[in-house]
Design a protein around this ligand. Structure first.
Ligand code: MTE
Length: 300
């Protein structure tokens, strides 16, 4: 099976940072409508206008460091990411506490350029570096009874100001059905733009599930547990009417308080026009079969 992301989003789609800055400066300085129209057209082009390193690392959700979009960039520097240990337990053949290096041993990080769609209706395109979660799970050995994968983030009151203030209950937890976790699009990302993962983006290792709303992509993971029962998920526990366990991107299923039909691409500046949200965030061909026969309004 061929995966479309390989063809639709390539390294060439990511504007080199210098060019991006240059273009922004040109746009900022230009009163000329020509420049504005050209930039607008580029933005509209398939909706794949890439985001700069600056965009991706300065506008974040990471409540362990505060609820504001700039809080993570300001506060996450305090998090200690080396050494880092991940507990793997539950229905696995080789449970234990693994160092990050042990968990990734033998696996090669590759680049995955994915659309990233937050449930709040903003989006970016991010060039992640990472490994398929399937490869990690295969390494630790999946017992036949396992049906779900549960994840847990670091919750350290010493270094995480949001944890100290209990802005939401911590640790942040998430979960996937095992077939979702094993899907080749699902990665554990260790970097972006070929640099180590910035703390505010979930260093040293975070989940990325590109067809689901961003809150499923849990950051700074310290525990992975294979389970038979559906595991708890933070936003689902807080507001189950608003945030489903599946949380697949779906333009036809509104959030109770806003439409999900369109989204705002971060970094567009003046040209921050809304664009249509794509079913499964544009990965329908790859993942729709996972949900065959399910009512996506009920199982939102
Ligand atoms: N993971 C943890 N541990 N804590 C969080 O607050 N926020 C989620 C998700 N993972 C969050 C988290 C939400 S709401 C989004 S949209 C994405 O991280 C944001 O990822 P980004 O900052 O890399 O864009």
């Amino acid at each position: 099976m061929a995966y479309r992301w390989k063809n639709t989003l390539t390294r060439a789609d990511v504007t080199p940072e210098a060019m991006w800055l240059n273009r922004r400066q040109i746009i900022a300085g230009a009163a000329g409508l020509g420049a504005i129209a050209a930039a607008g057209a580029a933005q509209a082009d398939e909706g794949l206008e890439p985001n700069s390193y600056e965009d991706i690392t300065s506008y974040n959700n990471f409540y362990e460091f505060g609820t504001g979009k700039s809080d993570p960039a300001e506060n996450a520097g305090a998090m200690v990411t080396d050494p880092w240990s991940i507990r793997v337990d539950g229905l696995v053949d080789n449970p234990g506490d693994y160092s990050l290096a042990q968990l990734l041993d033998g696996l090669t990080a590759e680049e995955r350029i994915y659309r990233f769609r937050c449930v709040e209706a903003w989006s970016m395109v991010v060039p992640w570096n990472g490994v398929e979660l399937a490869d990690i799970l295969t390494k630790v050995g999946i017992k036949p009874e396992a049906k779900y994968v549960a994840f847990e983030s670091l919750a350290d009151p010493e270094t995480m100001i949001g944890v100290r203030r209990q802005v939401i209950p911590f640790p942040y937890v998430e979960g996937l059905r095992l077939d979702e976790a094993m899907h080749p699009l699902t990665i554990m990302a260790t970097g972006l733009y070929d640099r180590p993962m910035p703390n505010q983006n979930g260093a040293p290792i975070r989940l990325v599930v590109p067809w689901k709303y961003g809150f499923k992509s849990i950051k700074s993971i310290i525990r992975i547990t294979l389970t038979e029962e559906q595991p708890p998920a933070t936003w689902n526990m807080l507001q189950s009417r608003e945030y489903g366990f599946y949380s697949n991107v779906n333009p036809e299923v509104s959030h109770p308080r806003w439409s999900q039909a369109t989204e705002r691409r971060i970094g567009g500046g003046l040209f921050n026009a809304r664009q249509d949200t794509l079913m499964f965030n544009g990965y329908e061909q790859e993942v729709a079969s996972l949900y065959e026969g399910m009512d996506l309004r009920r199982n939102f």
